[in-house]
Design a binder for this molecule. Sequence first.
Ligand SMILES: Nc1ncnc2c1ncn2[C@@H]1O[C@H](COP(=O)(O)OP(=O)(O)OP(=O)(O)O)[C@@H](O)[C@H]1O
Length: 570
Amino acid sequence: MMLLNALNYSLQSWFLGYWSSQYDSQPASSVSVSWFLSVYAGLLLSSMSIYSFAFTLWTFGSIRASQIIHRSFINSIMTSTFRWLDTTPTSRIIIRATADIRSIDDSLAFGIWRLIEASVTMFVNLGSIMIFAPLFLLPGVTIAMLAVSFGQMYLSAQLPLRRLMSINKAPILGNFAAAVAGLVSIRAFGAEDMFLKESRMRIDAWLRPGLPSFNVNRWIGIRVDALAGIFTAALGAYLVYGDNGTSAANTGFSMTMAVGFTSLTLIWIRIYNATELEANSLERVRHYLVIEHEDEAHSECVVPPAYWPASGALQVKGLCARYSKDGPEVLHDLTFFVRSGEHIGIVGRTGSGKSSLTLALLRAIPTSGQVLYDGISTEKLNLDVLRSNITISPQVPELLSGTLRSNLDPFSEHDDSRLNDALRSAGLFALQSQGNQLHTQDTKLGLDSEIRGGGSSNLSVGQRQIIALARAIVRENKLIIFDEATSSIDHETDSKIQDTLRHELGDDVTLITVAHRLGTVMDYDRIMVLDEGRIIEFDSPKRLLEKEGGVFRGLVDESADRAKLYAMVN
Ligand SMILES: Nc1ncnc2c1ncn2[C@@H]1O[C@H](COP(=O)(O)OP(=O)(O)OP(=O)(O)O)[C@@H](O)[C@H]1O
């Protein structure tokens, strides 16, 4: 359609010349103005229709393409491994999802349109010149080749400059985001100047390639304009003074085409350059499509029966885990069995693999060995199914910005009374009625309370843990993994949470608690002691305390609450 349109445009110019030449050969009164005007209007109308139709088609096509690219990009990020998310700066993902996606949506799609349009028009213009001045094929091609070689030099300088500008943008945002997140610490330590200086340095690095980029533009502008001037002047001289019998109308037509051709040369190089730069965005987004993904994140694999899981029994055989496929093993050959409804405490020194074990059960890190949850091997289970049937509450639970209701029940599956029951069971109302408002700015937390900044802006860690606990109760999963928060949670809240865990969970709900305070798990059914990724003890607290030289007994003996801990067991 663009070719048709360019031909039509060329025909219009020629037709005007043809019309005017009629007055040379016949009296003005015998030239039918209305006929010429109608034909010319017809040409204009068809040109407008073709262009509009083509542009509409292009616009809808590019929107569709953008949607597909955006969807693939978001899917890819959402199904990437935890490891990839850990090691990729968030600011980089944000730049991809905003600036790069915007380029693809807008500038790239439009750039490709303009590039095709300019290329086709130049091709038709040159072809039109050749009809009346075939001799000019050679100089035309020579000039085009010269312009292309200038263009290549220009691009090899301009592309890295623009790329530098684009690469240097993410660090500015990264520094800014870090500064905003750490504002309190920056002020407390009087480090404003340091951050300001760093920020200015990063802004300078971003802007520095700007001037050379502008100069490189001038460089190509002068050269291509000079070439265009030489070509048009030579063609004009040839048509006017050369002995070639071309009529005035056709000379005018050729000159119009020549001016069109040469003025497009520089524009073409600029569009090409801009489009290639925008295409970098596509390239960058494409890189994020081929990142590490979680195994069978999308596949249907094994679909368990509807009643599954009917119990919280967990059988683990030879479980090994590592954080990346080629990284060192952090869990070695763990084998154990947990009966449905048992409460298991996991203890061990820092770095012993407690959190890694919880991640391995959710298949959040690469594992080998077998984990049977209510008799079904989780290895081949669809990840969504597996994870929606296990509740994990990390040390600092993640909440979503929105209402408390949307956090407890993101898919609106339960009514308010159920949600309020869960909050009551989790101990929130009891705490509040004791006048313990913790750090909330609202008077009391309820289902409609606003959670800001993922909870970090207006909730204490204790409150977030209670909400996470209520969420676990709402989900009614048979396996709950609870990573106990350490010093950030007060004793009163902690004992409330432990109380709930003891009494509110059903008899068939298995609870695995990663304990940092031994007191938390002293009345649990069994304690697993981990050391360097291996189980070294796994028994009831009573028996572990009786074991001479036992590691758990050693931990209890080292503790300041020793007497209290012994009393709890006895
Ligand atoms: N994101 C990670 N990438 C690579 N290795 C990790 C990562 N997180 C933990 N590890 C390694 O895994 C091993 C076990 O760590 P893990 O976090 O499971 O210990 P932990 O017992 O939970 O410690 P803590 O009590 O401090 O939370 C450690 O050797 C640690 O270096």
